[in-house]
Design a protein around this ligand. Structure first.
Ligand SMILES: [Zn+2]
Length: 415
C-alpha cells in the first residue's frame, strides 16, 4: 500500500502529458488522456496514477489526507509559463488608449512611452515596491492554472536596477506558490544614456552585468532581444556566449518583427528556447530542430500588439520543432496572465489542436525551462502540480469564463 495524503479520485479524464523532454511532431498531439482515472500524491510528489477502480487496493490514505472527488472534472498538469516580464515598476495604461486610437509602437516610443517608460519607473522603484506590485500578478497567474513560470529582468538596463529586479524575483519565489525560473535580460533594449553607442552597452552587459549576476547567483538564464533596431545577431551571439561562460544558459527573443537573424542565433548558440518566431521560415525551423531548440510561441503578444499575424505553429510542428506556449505577461502589450487564453489563441489563431496546445503549455513549456524532470506531466516521481477543470478539456478554450475548479501546487490545494 502506498501512503497518500492527496487523492484526486475518479476523474472523468486525466491528461497526463507523460514523457520526459519536449514532445515534437506527431507526439506533440498526444496528451495521454485516460478516463475514470485517479492520481495520488504524498508530501508533494506523485506516487500513483491509475484506473480509479484500482485505487482502493493500491493506496493507504494518511489520517489527514485530502480527497478530491474527480467526477465531472478533467485533470491536467499545472501549466508552465516559460516567458514573462512580470516584475516591473509603474504602468502604461495611458498608452493603451493611444494604441487603440491607432498609434504605432514606434510613435508611442518616440513620445517617451514604451519600454523606456517602464525602465524609468523600474529604476525609481524600491525592491519592496517591485515585489508588492508583482504579487497580485502571480496570484492571478496561479488562479488561471500556472504553477511554474519564468520571469525576466530587463527593465533596469543598468547594473543596480537589473540586480534589484532579479533580487525581487528571488524573493517572490519564496513569497507565493508559483515556482519561478529567473532570467537576466540586460539586453532587452539599449538604454537612453547609451543611445547611438550600442556596442559600448553590449560591452557593459558582457564585462560588468553578466559577471555580477552570475556571482550573486541571481539568474539561470540569459536572454537577448535580437531584432532590427535593438541587438544585432553578432551582438546577441556575443552576449549569449558570455552568459553561457558564466553559467547562464541562453534563450532569445527572435524574429518577432522580421526574419532578422534571431532564430539563426538560437541555432548557433544552441539556445534552450527561441521565443516569438512570427517570421520564421522553414529552413530556419529545420535549424532549430537540428540544434535542439524549443520554439516558444507568444500569440497573446501578437494579439495585443495587433501584429496581424501569428507564428507559423503548424509549420514548426510539422517540421518536428517542439512548440511551447507562454503569455509574455508585460506592461506594454502582454495583458493576460492566462495560459488558457493563450491556448485558445493557439487553437483559433495558430491552428493547433487542443492536445498540441496542452502539451505546449505543460511538458514542452517545462522543457523550455529545463524543469521537465520535475514538472510538466502527471507521472510518478514528479511534483504534484495539477489543474482541475470543470467539464471536458475543451472548456479551457472558452474566453471570458473560467473553467478552473481548483489548482494543486506541491500536493496542496492553493485555489
Ligand atoms: Zn518578452
Amino acid at each position: 500500500m502506498i501512503d497518500t495524503d492527496l487523492l484526486i479520485a475518479d476523474a472523468d479524464v486525466v491528461a497526463t502529458c507523460a514523457g520526459r523532454g519536449p514532445q515534437a511532431g506527431p507526439a506533440q498531439g498526444h496528451a495521454s488522456l485516460s478516463e475514470r482515472t485517479s492520481i495520488a500524491s504524498c508530501r508533494g510528489r506523485i506516487v500513483w496514477v491509475g484506473a480509479a477502480r484500482d485505487a482502493a487496493a493500491a493506496l493507504a490514505l494518511t489520517p489527514d489526507a485530502t480527497v478530491i472527488d474527480g467526477r465531472g472534472l478533467t485533470v491536467t498538469p499545472g501549466f508552465v509559463d516559460p516567458h514573462t516580464h512580470l516584475v516591473f515598476g509603474g504602468d502604461r495604461r495611458d498608452e493603451l488608449q493611444r494604441r487603440l486610437a491607432g498609434a504605432t509602437y514606434a510613435e508611442i516610443a518616440a513620445g517617451g512611452g514604451g519600454i523606456v517608460k517602464t525602465v524609468a519607473a523600474t529604476r525609481a522603484a524600491t525592491e519592496d515596491a517591485l515585489v508588492e506590485a508583482a504579487l497580485p500578478r502571480l496570484a492571478s497567474m496561479l488562479a488561471h492554472g500556472t504553477t511554474t513560470a519564468e520571469v525576466k529582468s530587463g527593465y533596469g538596463l543598468d547594473l543596480d536596477t537589473e540586480l534589484r529586479q532579479l533580487q525581487a524575483i528571488q524573493r517572490l519565489a519564496h513569497l507565493q506558490p508559483v515556482s519561478l525560473s529567473s532570467t537576466f535580460m540586460g539586453a532587452h533594449e539599449i538604454p537612453p544614456e547609451y543611445r547611438g553607442r550600442a556596442e559600448a552597452y553590449v560591452d557593459h552587459v558582457i564585462d560588468d552585468m553578466i559577471p555580477a549576476v552570475a556571482e550573486a547567483r541571481l539568474a539561470e538564464w540569459c536572454d537577448v532581444f535580437c531584432e532590427r533596431g535593438v541587438f544585432t545577431p553578432d551582438q546577441s551571439v556575443r552576449i549569449l556566449e558570455a552568459g553561457r561562460a558564466h553559467g547562464l544558459m541562453p534563450r532569445i527573443h527572435a524574429d518577432e518583427l522580421a526574419l532578422s537573424g534571431g532564430s539563426a542565433v538560437a541555432a548557433q548558440v544552441e539556445a534552450r528556447s527561441a521565443d516569438h518566431l512570427i517570421y520564421i521560415d522553414a529552413p530556419h525551423a529545420d535549424r532549430l530542430r537540428e540544434a535542439g531548440v524549443i520554439a516558444t510561441l507568444l500569440p497573446a503578444a501578437a494579439f495585443f500588439l495587433k501584429l496581424g499575424q501569428y507564428a507559423p505553429a503548424r509549420m514548426l510542428i510539422d517540421r518536428g520543432v517542439p512548440v511551447a506556449l507562454a503569455t509574455d505577461l508585460n506592461p506594454g502589450g502582454g495583458f493576460t496572465p492566462s495560459m488558457p487564453f493563450v491556448m485558445s489563441l493557439a487553437c483559433f489563431g495558430m491552428h493547433m489542436t487542443m492536445e498540441e496546445a496542452l502539451v505546449a503549455s505543460t511538458i514542452n513549456a517545462a522543457a523550455a525551462l529545463s524543469v521537465d524532470d520535475r514538472c510538466g506531466s502527471l507521472e510518478v516521481g514528479k511534483v504534484m502540480d495539477a489543474v482541475l477543470i470543470r467539464g471536458p478539456l475543451t472548456e479551457v478554450l472558452k474566453v471570458g469564463t473560467t473553467p478552473m475548479a481548483g489548482v494543486i501546487k506541491n500536493g496542496l490545494r492553493v485555489c
